[in-house]
Ligand binder design. Sequence first.
Ligand code: SAH
Length: 522
Amino acid sequence: MKHNHDSKSRGIVYLVGAGPGDPGLLTLKAAEAIASADVIVYDYLAGHNFVDKANPDAELIYVGKTGKVHSVEQVDINQLLVSKALEGKIVVRLKGGDPYVFGRGGEEAEKLASAGITFEVIPGITSAIAAPAYAGIPVTHRDHASLVTFVTGHEDPSKDESAIDWSILARNPGTLVFLMGVKNIENISKRLLAHGMSPDTPAALVRWGTTPRQASLASDLEHIASECLKRGLSAPAVLIVGSVVKLRKSLSWYESKPLFGKKIVVTRSREQSRKMADKISRHGGEPILFPTIEIVAPIDYGPLERAMETISDYDWVLFTSENGVERFFKHFFDLGKDIRDLAGPIFGAIGPVTAKAIRLKGIRVDMLAKEFVAEGILEFFENQDLDGKRFLIPRAEKARDVLRDGLIKKGAMVDIVPVYRTIRPSGDDVDTIRNLFLNKSVDAVTFTSSSTVDHFADMMNGPDMSNLLHDTVVASIGPITSDTLVKYGVNPSVQAKEFTVDGLIEALVDYYDKGRSTELIP
Ligand code: SAH
């Protein structure tokens, strides 16, 4: 490659492997290239996982192909890459798996090279390795296979002009991995058998490997095609032939995860959904984000700002949510104040997550409610004299009054100031989500506060909620949220023991662990 062009003025093309599906398999270098890109040209199998890593201003161009349907011809893709680079753009050409494994990445690189465009290749993890790995099949193993061969299954092996020497493949003592082979699976297996490969050679198919939709199936060479047909497995899938397939029985770690294959709706606000979604994915589930809450500024910052001016006059500052903490400090610092201005009051929190958020601001938490609800705080103050004590509670504009009433009853003076407001989002995705429920394509729905329940009911049309959720596992973060669900005629099947998101996920995992069969198919 000649590097005699200034890459800034001439642009650059990164040929990037996006990995096979699991967003965690995107390499750091790939993520960096995506973040720096002006233009991202991506395929069907590169999926949409990268979008949150891209610059919001980046131009996203889909040139996907599925099977025979090419939305953009290869020559036009080549031309696109060249012309965008000539405009001086940073171009990422994103492909599923690895760009140089059956991805026509080599051809694109040749075109770039001959047009004098600077390019770099960022290898990705190919599905030829990752899909078997997630299905419990190591492609090599000292006792089973000392070589592995990647083969395109795209060619119809019954055609004479096949570039593949099937007699060599059939005698191959290692693992064969066929990509793009599902449609031709019958011909592939017939050819191998015709060339003398043993009919009882283990064979497996892995569809949508490394994603929550992964499905795998093991059989032998003689029966794999009919089994595939029976199960209706279609592309994208890899076919693995060789004795390593036998290891799947003991090494299937991914499909045996407790939430594997479960579609789980997350109703909290988009900002707060991230961590929860990650946790669901880590347990093998597929999070579906349906924010029923949007967190916005309070209508009037006046009360909060007045409280901030006289903050050292308070004896206690109590936070009831992580959000409250974040919003409070953001506004506090925006006003030009710093933590030295907070000397005086004692800080308290409901729940460990809220407490941690306070500590991260550099402030000790001297009171942590045992029970993660307002009643827990009241319990803490049970034997204390609060006569004349001043409390500041920065929290949501609309919230339960239990805490305030309880403290006032004990003689305290309580200022509740709104630091944020939760509203119902515009909900462009309501119809899509409602249909998922109606079609029974959702396994579970999680509610992390009473507002998520109220808003969900509202968005889905209140009275229908119990019908809508009839066949869905409903998971609640704690008793107050559960009570709200019951008001809508919904009995949650799962309630967290510890009233946190972690507790909720743990409860879901327990729920599925109990009802789960550990049998693999077949
Ligand atoms: N460059 C890609 C392969 C592109 S060819 C890579 O390195 O993975 C497309 C074929 O890849 C599909 O027909 C299928 O055989 C395979 N494939 C891609 N993603 C897959 C996945 N998540 N699970 C199983 N097979 C996959």
